[in-house]
Design a binder for this molecule. Structure first.
Ligand code: 0WE
Length: 258
């Protein structure tokens, strides 16, 4: 059975009740994990208040600010984990960002700084966070990240995020190879398109969702809960023989050629 009692889990990337990270946090909590939640701090503390209220029912043991572009905040986050739990079993990485201008129009027009921003926040952050988690995963561990088909195939307008997801998926493999010796597993979930804060800011997302509803084998999109259940599986002993994998949770869309 899927049992995460006695396990500690740090979940990043919850922005609101539509976040895939929120679907994952709920499943980890239901399986008995002790949760730590990070949020992206902003000047007025709006995000902090919103996320804090949302996660209250899961009674997280930790609630800490973590902007992955700030090395000090990353080390403070893992110091807080060490102080509270003295170990970490599970790290859930659900972070991505590209400038809005870089998610439309010509890919070749991507600026150097836009490319660097997307790769830094969306891909390097997994390296960064895994390195900080490694010394705390003394009893082995599971690291799970979120990716998208646009990192393996060309999806119109996904542009620089596709390059960031390709890098992220390769990060999964290199990290899995290195950390396997410490019994730390690293896997990715490639989710189909879901309406979230991030995707709703993208033009044409509803058309993409309708396309999936027509051609995907299951003839529907997936839910945050379904991604959450697969994440819980990857975090649990049920997947003890799996590492370095990208699992598609997309109603089977990726197998289709037409
Ligand atoms: O990875 C993503 C979304 C990532 C994302 C979204 C935004 C919107 C607002 C990263 N950065 C930003 N920056 C913003 O300012 N998805 C898989 C969802 C998504 O995004 C797309 C998609 C899909 C699907 C962009 C273009 C085409 C399809």
């Amino acid at each position: 059975m899927l049992d995460l009692t006695g396990k500690t889990a740090l979940v990043t990337g919850i922005a609101n009740n539509r976040s895939i990270a929120w679907g994952i946090a709920q499943q980890l909590h239901a399986a008995g994990a002790d949760l730590g939640v990070t949020y992206l701090p902003d000047a007025k503390g709006k995000m902090e208040n919103k996320v804090k209220t949302l996660v209250e029912p899961l009674s997280p043991s930790l609630f800490v600010p973590c902007n992955v572009q700030d090395d000090a905040q990353v080390s403070e986050t893992f110091q807080a984990v060490k102080d509270k739990w003295d170990k970490l079993d599970i790290l859930v990485h659900c972070l991505a960002f590209a400038n809005r201008d870089d998610l439309t129009g010509d890919f070749s027009a991507t600026s150097r700084s836009g490319w660097q921003t997307a790769l830094d926040i969306s891909a390097y952050s997994l390296v960064n966070l895994s390195n900080a988690a490694k010394p705390l995963m003394t009893e082995g561990g599971s690291i799970v990240t979120l990716t998208y088909l646009g990192g393996a195939r060309v999806i119109p307008n996904y542009n620089v995020m596709g390059i960031a997801k390709a890098a992220l998926e390769m990060n999964v493999r290199y990290l899995a190879s290195e950390l396997g010796g410490s019994n730390i597993r690293v896997n990715g979930i490639s989710a189909g398109p879901i309406r979230t804060l991030a995707s709703s800011a993208v033009g044409g997302i509803l058309d993409m969702i309708h396309h999936v509803e027509e051609v995907a084998p299951l003839r529907r999109t997936v839910t945050q809960e379904e991604v959450g259940k697969t994440a819980a599986f990857l975090c649990s002993d049920l997947s003890s023989g799996m590492t370095g994998q990208i699992l598609y949770v997309d109603s089977g869309y990726n197998i289709m050629g037409m």
